[in-house]
Design a protein around this ligand. Structure first.
Ligand code: GLU
Length: 424
């Protein structure tokens, strides 16, 4: 039953969200001009020697959207679909994310157009190191700070750190470890960073549940994507609340467990087998059936443009928590709003990752190590505050939560521009 659907580019979606918020709040037209462009777009083509001795060329990107609030900040993704339009969109969302969580970061994003599963570990290391070298001084601890994103992890961050530090004079290395966040804990990473995005998603669901007098412990949920975000959300919803996971989809396919799926066991299974399909006690289902799963909460935690004009009507849920960036198109949004399905927008819902990146950055700068309890408590406070701010804006402007989150970000940034002015 697949029909072809025209879906606009991810950056076109960002622009539409931005225009809606800017119109509603009456954003200063000059500041609107500035924010509707990215500041810098770095595209690098770089050579890497493969295991068999031949040289392969790769294309990598780093887009720096805005740094009025602080250093550019955002992840690096390794995915075959990476392109400049997508990275532009993701960089812009990072600017809004920093603004609504009140952390001193601007927005950036980058990546390599590559299927990382097609390369050996040694090749992936050389690709990562050569990309870091190619970016050169376009990144830096007080300038632009990368982090993990789709298909990148703490090991890759450690290679970036090591490569970047190796290019510095020895005397500058020890004080530059905050050039990248999401590092392994032994290498200067923060406790709680690995689960941070998932933890933040769960904190937003908790706030929503309080508002709605909804009992999470009796709830059912399903998750798209079982990488860092999806697997952590799935585990925390079960471990901390006893909620029931009904279905999961990843690149290998979708599974359904009528009596619930154990997310801990599924995580171990995926680590071993590379995907969710075949997990004992579940049946394989197709994509449309997966989206139609009857549950309370859907948590998309994979890629963009999943909830569209065509797929939104398939959903049978009460609420959507956007663990992914940009999973819903503007047409998808319109449908959900008309149907009265609640949505916690990406820039709020998944902001836990960048918030704990900020904590890691601070710990590195101060040569401190915070306990997990401290990190979790600080993260919860940030998420609860951002959630309350956006609820207030949504009420004040009588608008949907995505638009409210955008307005909140734009108001924060507008004020800084108005106070600083434009040089010269
Ligand atoms: N890639 C994550 C995001 O989209 C984390 C970014 C960061 O920690 O800088 O928010």
């Amino acid at each position: 039953m697949k029909t072809t659907e025209q879906i606009s580019s991810v950056y076109a979606n960002v622009t539409r969200q931005f225009d809606k918020a800017a119109d509603l709040m009456g954003l200063d037209p000059n500041i609107r001009k500035i924010l509707s462009k990215t500041t810098n777009e770095i595209v690098v083509n770089f050579p890497v020697r493969m295991d068999d001795g031949h040289i392969k060329m790769f294309i990598g990107y780093r887009v720096q959207h805005n740094n009025i609030l602080g250093p550019y900040k955002g992840g690096l993704r390794f995915h075959p679909a990476v392109n400049i339009d997508e990275i532009r969109a993701l960089a812009t969302w990072m600017t809004w994310k920093g603004a609504i969580t009140n952390i001193p970061f601007g927005g950036g994003k980058g990546g390599i157009q590559i299927d990382p599963f097609k390369f050996s570990k040694a090749e992936l290391e050389r690709i990562t190191r050569r990309f870091t070298y190619a970016l050169g001084n376009n990144i830096g601890p007080e300038y632009d700070v990368p982090a993990p994103d789709v298909n990148t992890n703490s090991r890759i961050m450690a290679w970036i750190l090591d490569t970047y530090l190796s290019t510095l004079p020895p005397s500058e290395r020890a004080r530059s470890t905050h050039v990248v966040t999401g590092k392994p804990v032994e290498v200067g990473g923060s406790l709680g960073r690995d689960k941070a995005t998932g933890q933040g998603v769960v904190f937003t669901i908790e706030e929503w549940a309080k508002d709605r007098k909804f009992d999470i412990s009796k709830s059912t949920y399903f998750v798209q994507g079982f990488g860092n975000v999806g697997s952590w959300v799935a585990r925390l919803m079960k471990k901390d609340y006893g909620a029931t996971l009904l279905a999961v989809e990843d690149v290998t396919g979708a599974i359904y467990g009528k009596d619930g799926i154990d997310p801990e066991k599924l995580t171990a299974y995926v680590r071993d087998k590379g995907g969710v399909v075949g997990f004992p006690g579940t049946e394989a289902i197709d994509h449309e059936t997966f989206l139609g799963t009857q549950a309370d909460i859907f948590i998309p935690s994979a890629l963009e443009n999943q909830i569209t004009a065509r797929t939104a009507p398939l959903l049978n849920v009460r609420m959507i928590a956007e663990g992914a960036n940009g999973p819903t198109t503007p047409e998808g949004d319109e449908y959900l709003q008309a149907k009265g399905i609640d949505l916690i927008p990406d820039i709020l819902c998944n902001s836990g990752g960048v918030v704990v990146s900020y904590f890691e950055w601070l710990q590195n700068k101060r040569s401190e190590r915070w306990s997990l309890k401290e990190v979790d408590a600080k993260l919860r406070k940030k998420i609860v505050e951002a959630y309350a701010d956006i609820r207030e804006v949504a009420g004040e402007y009588d608008t949907d939560w995505r638009t409210a989150a955008n307005i909140k970000a734009l108001k924060t940034i507008e004020l800084v521009y108005q106070e600083r002015g434009i040089y010269p």
